[in-house]
Design a protein around this ligand. Sequence first.
Ligand code: UD1
Ligand code: CA
Length: 476
Amino acid sequence: MTQNSLAIIVLAAGQGTRMKSRRPKVLHEIGGRSLVGHVLATAAHLGAEHVEVVVRHERDQVVDALSTQYPDVVIVDQDEIPGTGRAVQVALDALPEGFDGDVLVLSGDVPLLEVETLRALVDGHRAAAASATLLSALLDDPTGYGRIIRNADGVVERIVEQKDADEAEAAVHEINAGIYVFRAASLRTQLGRITQDNAQGELYITDVIGLLRGDAETVAAELADDVASTFGINDRVQLAEAGRVLNQRIVRRWQREGVTVVDPLTTWIDDDAVLAPDVTILPNTHILRATTIAPGATVGPDTTLVDCEVGEDAVVKRTDATLAVIGAGATVGPFSFLRPGTVLGANGKIGAYVETKNAEIGEGSKVPHLSYVGDATIGRGVNLGASTITANYDDVDKHRTEIGDEVHTGSHTVLVAPVRLGAGAKTGAGAVVRKDVPAGALAMSVAPQRNVEGWVEKNRAGTGAADAAARSRTAE
Ligand code: UD1
Ligand code: CA
């Protein structure tokens, strides 16, 4: 093994008491991804030979969450001995025997670090031939973090935890980000010497720094220039703050790629979403999970898209959509609800107060007002009249509705599935369609209208309606 091989240890075994949550802290999400997921996504770019995640609290939940997305990471179980030092010990023991490269220790609750920062940390460590290199930051409010204690010459001497700090130490604003590179051999030696003799009764990885300095080994420190990237998440206030910082980064990234974001403060874009140039995002809009938006599309205001695909020049306003595909030039909204399996063809329309699910709506077809369309296949150039409903559920099973090209339905048509309407067919207003309609046929199911002349004046004498009717007759 060469001196330059790299192992990454991600600490994710802590309880996360301050989150007050059923969910393990490292599985809380920002930008559509868990905290530890962000750390692993970043770690994946560093070309490490080994990536280990240390787990203990709610370990099965954490392992489950990681197994699908990060199948290559090695899970290491921490035992009952508490503390970050213990976590690193068990991870180090799980590396192949004799591993003598560099060990990068990352924290599962420090999600905003960028690849370049970590690369610079590892490169600097190697260039300085240091035994350890840590990442520090200057915070206005250092409360809760370990403090970096330097000697009169500015050389790092040790790290002291908030709970173990005296007044002078607590007044230091340079904090330990909890991110370190160690030479494996030095780390192994010093981990054998740390004790639980501190305010929390834990084995602290931070004690290794003081021990190394005691042995006159070189400890380097890199000061992070982007302070926010070192934020550690211990409670929900910090979770929201980190989410805001991440979102600002993502929004700016897309703005620089040519996306107009009218109101960055109310626009939330997940890390996995992809936006093309000349997309416009209007205020109060959430672009979530793996949503993609093609050039020229306008999305918002007040819209949430989860795992959706929006085509070129489409317009989507005041809409809630999940796992839906919206074709090029199509329009959706306002007040539309697109559920999974909705596929709207190019230049199609889903309008106000329309709900769709498992519905393929062909090119240029329109569902403009007040409809429910579920489990349906709709051809091209179709127009569903206002309030057309697919009755897809008979209390036992779901059934499909098939509608051919150029079909027009009258207002308030109920299509009782399973049912087919052939190409060019029409339905009368209020039709309840229980039988297939052949191509080109007109389906009507409503009884002919009968007018009973004079009924109101006879049966509702003295009412406003009767008076109005009488007046209108005299005027004739
Ligand atoms: C730790 C550092 C502190 C630093 C801060 C930066 C120590 C003793 N303190 O404090 O100097 O300023 O991070 O964010 O290291 N974990 C385990 N096993 C454990 C305990 C914790 O794997 O037994 C994991 C946690 O899941 C977490 C990380 O280690 O991902 C840090 O633990 P946490 O308890 O949050 O440490 P801090 O008090 O924040
Ligand atoms: Ca922490």
